[in-house]
Design a protein around this ligand. Structure first.
Ligand SMILES: *Cc1c(COP(=O)(O)O)cnc(C)c1O
Length: 218
């Protein structure tokens, strides 16, 4: 069996055991950025359905054909999205986790209308208020959310964050839960290879896991 399948099953087992009493099992997004299709195909054949990329061009090159052949695959955009790439992003992606500005919200709304798509969106929160990271600040979230849902008719399903590295993310994960409840939304996109077990304690429903499945990236 391909190593990525072994790793995925291991993670699934671990999560299942931790969450089996709570009923709701989180989805695992296999983050395939930098990995070639050759490395990804075994997981697709295994039946895995959710995959994540962080660059539009890379996603188009890798996923256009395979997605046309496998209609039930879900492709998730998890990286910074530039407005000039939105036209292409709305075609290939089913979810965008990185909605982080009014300008981007407007553009997604315009472009998805043209092709009659209704992308599932996460608002990215800059939970650690870090200068180098994008995302909406918690104090601006309510207004941003209202604008997105009322003015732009966007299908916001939840909130996403990338907590500061090298500190325990528990407090940030807790703040995300409070913000989510405030808006009455259901989904959190949190948890990567290093902190997914912590994230599931905090109700995360979409885990974005790369290296733990595919190995180290170059
Ligand atoms: C690369 C990436 C991941 C996956 O990271 P790993 O540590 O390899 O699991 C998750 N989320 C985002 C936004 C990423 O860019």
């Amino acid at each position: 069996m391909h190593k990525s399948i072994v790793n995925l099953i291991e993670i699934q087992k671990e999560i299942y055991l931790k969450k089996k009493d709570s009923g709701k099992q989180p989805k695992i997004i296999a983050v395939t950025k930098t990995f070639s299709l050759e490395n990804i195909l075994p997981l697709i054949d295994h039946g895995h359905l959710d995959f994540g990329e962080n660059k539009v061009q890379e996603a188009i090159d890798k996923w256009t054909k395979i997605k046309a052949e496998n209609k039930n695959l879900n492709l998730h955009m998890i990286g910074k999205l530039q407005t000039n790439k939105v036209k292409f992003a709305v075609k290939i992606f089913d979810y965008i986790h990185s909605l982080d500005s009014i300008k981007l919200a407007r553009k997604i709304s315009e472009e998805q209308k043209k092709i009659q798509k209704n992308i599932k969106l996460f608002i990215q929160i800059n939970i650690g208020k870090e200068k180098q990271k994008s995302g909406i600040l918690i104090e601006d979230l309510k207004n941003f959310y209202m604008l997105c849902s009322k003015e732009f008719n966007l299908n916001i399903i939840g909130l996403m964050c990338l907590p500061p590295i090298n500190i325990n993310p528990s407090k940030n994960f807790e703040e995300m839960n409070i913000a989510l409840k405030d808006l009455g939304l259901n989904h959190l996109s949190m948890g990567m290879s290093a902190d997914y077990l912590e994230a599931i304690k905090y109700n995360s429903s979409f885990l974005r896991i790369g290296s733990k499945i595919f190995g180290k990236r170059n």
